[in-house]
Design a binder for this molecule. Structure first.
Ligand SMILES: Cc1cn([C@H]2C[C@H](O)[C@@H](COP(=O)(O)OP(=O)(O)O[C@H]3O[C@H](C)C(=O)[C@H](O)[C@H]3O)O2)c(=O)[nH]c1=O
Length: 169
């Protein structure tokens, strides 16, 4: 056999990814849909899951065409809680908080209708989302502070920025 590199472990025996807490404060809750006689029921968020202690101030839906991408963005004060309810997305994160133990870390999570999960992203963590696969992706965001139309808490970097060691594009 030619020399190669062996795969490392990526999932536990019950198929949970093993790199869940790579970035300080980022939480991932995998959710198992309940099969019913006429479809499925999937919970999205419960306070008692203890992902954070913050309110849900607004819920909005982001529709992404196949292949669409949001550039790198971060919030100074707002916590994002992302849930992909149709299609599939890759959420890429970069910890830009100098005081964080995971400062400088890049981490990715693929979620979607086949693998529901809610991902919480604290302020100061840069994120970019890419819609994967042939279907539009529907992303819900349950934020702790409602969007301010006149002064959005929304900071941006280009997808190929030198400041983050991962190219979204
Ligand atoms: C968040 C929001 C936006 N808008 C308007 C503002 C823009 O004209 C347009 C698109 O919003 P934005 O440029 O913020 O879209 P994205 O850059 O894709 O980012 C949004 O979707 C990704 C996945 C995130 O994680 C962000 O938190 C979220 O803001 O909708 C509103 O009218 N109300 C709102 O609540």
């Amino acid at each position: 056999m030619a020399t190669g590199t062996p795969d490392g472990q990526t999932v536990t025996p019950d198929w949970l990814t093993i790199d869940v807490s790579a970035i300080e404060g980022v939480r991932v809750k995998e959710i198992r849909p309940v099969a019913t006689s006429n479809g499925y029921l999937t919970e999205i968020f419960r306070q008692e899951w203890d992902l954070d202690q913050l309110p849900v101030a607004q819920v909005f839906q982001r529709t992404m065409y196949p292949g669409a991408m949001t550039g790198w963005h971060a919030h100074a004060a707002t916590l994002d809680r992302l849930f992909c309810c149709a299609g599939s997305v890759r959420i890429s994160l970069f910890d830009g908080r100098k005081a964080s133990p995971s400062f400088g870390t890049v981490w990715h999570k693929i979620v979607g209708a086949m693998r529901p999960a809610i991902v919480t992203i604290p302020p100061g963590v840069w994120h970019g989302v890419v819609a994967l696969g042939p279907e539009p992706a529907l992303l819900l965001n349950l934020v702790d502070k409602a969007y301010a139309y006149d002064a959005p808490d929304h900071w941006r970097l280009p997808p190929d920025t030198e400041q983050i060691p991962y190219r979204l594009a």
